[in-house]
Design a protein around this ligand. Structure first.
Ligand SMILES: O=C(O)CCC(=O)C(=O)O
Ligand SMILES: [Fe+2]
Length: 365
C-alpha cells in the first residue's frame, strides 16, 4: 500500500493544531545525505507574541532568531495552503481530493522539482521535454506567488506590527521577492547557508520571516538553525569578502551569492551534521503549527531537513524579508520571482510569462 494512502477523515484540515510532541532524543534528523545525531539536536526556544519589546530585541540579538507561536490567525494560513494546492490540481502534486491537506500524489520526484532546483537551472523542465513539468514550473515560480491571499498573509497587520516592535523601524519594507516552497516527501532539502549571502547588495539589518503554511511535524522537514551561529557566519562572510577583493572580483560578482571567492562549496557546507560537529554547535528543530513564524538575522546559519512525513504531507512554507526603509536595499530583491523570458521561447501557448516585473531566477534560501 502506498505510504500516502490515508483515510480522508484523518487528514482533514483541523481548526486546532495537529502537532504532537516528538521525542528528539531518538530522532536521527536527515537533510539530504547528512544525518544529525539525536544528541546534536535541541528544541527552538519559543517566544510569546506579547513579550515586551526590550526583551524581544535582546532575545533576537542574542539567539539570532525568535520562534513566535500563533502570531498569524491559523485560518488565514490554512486557507493559503488550500488555495495553493488547488492551483496545482491537475499536476499530480496532491493526491486527488486532498488539496486542502496537501497530501502528495506520490509521483516521480523529477516531476516536482524544488524552487532551488529550478533556480539553479530555469530550463530544468524544458530540457526534460515534458509539458507537465513546464506547467508545474510556471505555477511553482510565477503564478503561485501572485495569489492575493498569500500576498495579504505576507503583509498581515499582526506581522507588520510585530516587526515594528522587534526592530523599531518606521514602516518595515517587504521585499517583493518572496518564495513559496512545496517540499514533497523526499525532495531535496535546503543546504547550509545564511541569508546575507544572497542579499549582499544591501544593508545586513534585514530580517527573514519563515512561515510554515500548515502544521509541520517532525520529521516532516522544515527550517533548522545552527545554534549560536551569528559570529561564525560573520567570520565566514568576512573571509569570503576579503578573498573576493584579493581576487579582484567586480562589485557585480562580489554580491553574487555564489561567486568565485567561495570556492566549490555553494553555501557553507555540504554536510550539515559534520558542519555542526566541527563547530561544536547543536541544530535547533521544532514542530510548527499554522500561525507560527520564525524570524531570523541575516547571519543566522540554517538549512532545512528532508521531508520524511510518513503520511505524505507536503511541507509548504514561505520565506520573506522585511527591511529597514532607511537603509540600503538590495534592489535585485525588489522584483517578484519570475521564470526568465527566454524560458518561454517555444513553450505551449497556455503557459506564458507572468508578464509583470522581474525575471531573475536566482533563488535566495
Ligand atoms: O524553506 C527552506 O527550505 C529554506 C528557507 C530559507 O532558507 C529561509 O527562510 O531563509
Ligand atoms: Fe535562508
Amino acid at each position: 500500500m502506498s505510504p500516502f494512502r490515508l483515510q480522508k477523515t484523518m487528514q482533514s484540515q483541523s481548526a486546532t493544531s495537529t502537532a504532537k510532541p516528538v521525542d528528539i532524543g531518538k530522532l536521527y534528523l536527515q537533510s539530504n545525505d547528512s544525518v544529525i545525531k539525536p544528541e546534536n539536536l535541541k528544541f527552538f526556544r519559543e517566544t510569546r507574541k506579547d513579550l515586551p519589546a526590550d526583551e524581544l530585541r535582546a532575545r533576537f540579538q542574542q539567539d539570532g532568531y525568535v520562534l513566535v507561536k500563533g502570531l498569524l490567525p491559523r485560518e488565514t494560513v490554512l486557507s493559503v495552503r488550500k488555495q495553493y494546492f488547488e492551483l496545482f490540481s491537475g499536476t499530480g502534486l496532491c493526491k486527488a481530493g486532498y488539496e486542502a491537506d496537501g497530501i502528495f500524489g506520490g509521483g516521480k520526484l523529477d516531476d516536482f522539482p524544488t524552487l532551488d532546483m529550478v533556480g539553479r537551472d530555469p530550463n530544468y523542465s524544458r530540457k526534460k521535454n515534458s509539458k507537465l513539468r513546464s506547467a508545474y514550473s510556471k505555477l511553482l515560480v510565477d503564478t503561485s506567488h501572485d495569489l492575493p491571499d498569500y500576498q495579504a498573509m505576507c503583509r498581515h497587520p499582526d506581522l507588520v506590527r510585530f516587526i515594528e516592535r522587534l526592530t523599531g523601524w518606521r514602516e518595515p519594507l517587504l521585499l517583493k521577492r518572496t518564495q513559496m516552497r512545496p517540499d514533497v516527501p523526499g525532495a531535496e532539502a535546503t543546504g547550509v547557508h545564511f541569508d546575507k549571502l544572497h542579499f549582499r547588495g544591501g544593508d545586513p539589518s534585514f530580517i527573514t520571516g519563515w512561515i510554515p503554511i500548515g502544521d509541520i511535524q517532525l520529521p516532516g522537514g522544515g527550517l533548522i538553525y545552527l545554534e549560536d551561529s551569528l559570529s561564525l557566519a560573520r567570520d565566514i562572510e568576512d573571509r569570503w569578502q576579503r578573498a573576493a577583493v584579493a581576487m579582484g572580483l567586480s562589485d557585480e560578482e562580489r554580491i553574487n551569492g555564489n561567486n568565485a571567492s567561495m570556492m566549490d562549496v555553494p553555501f557553507c557546507a555540504k554536510d550539515m551534521a559534520e558542519f555542526g560537529e566541527k563547530h561544536s554547535r547543536k541544530w535547533l528543530v521544532g514542530n510548527f503549527e499554522a500561525g507560527d513564524i520564525l524570524l531570523h538575522d541575516a547571519f543566522m546559519v540554517h538549512a532545512s531537513a528532508t521531508n520524511k512525513d510518513p503520511t505524505g504531507r507536503i511541507r509548504l512554507s514561505t520565506d520573506i524579508r522585511y527591511c529597514n526603509p532607511d537603509k540600503q536595499i538590495d534592489e535585485r530583491w525588489m522584483k517578484m520571482l519570475r521564470l526568465p523570458e527566454s524560458w518561454f521561447d517555444g513553450v505551449e501557448s497556455e503557459v506564458k510569462p507572468g508578464g509583470q516585473e522581474g525575471n531573475d531566477m536566482e533563488t535566495g534560501e
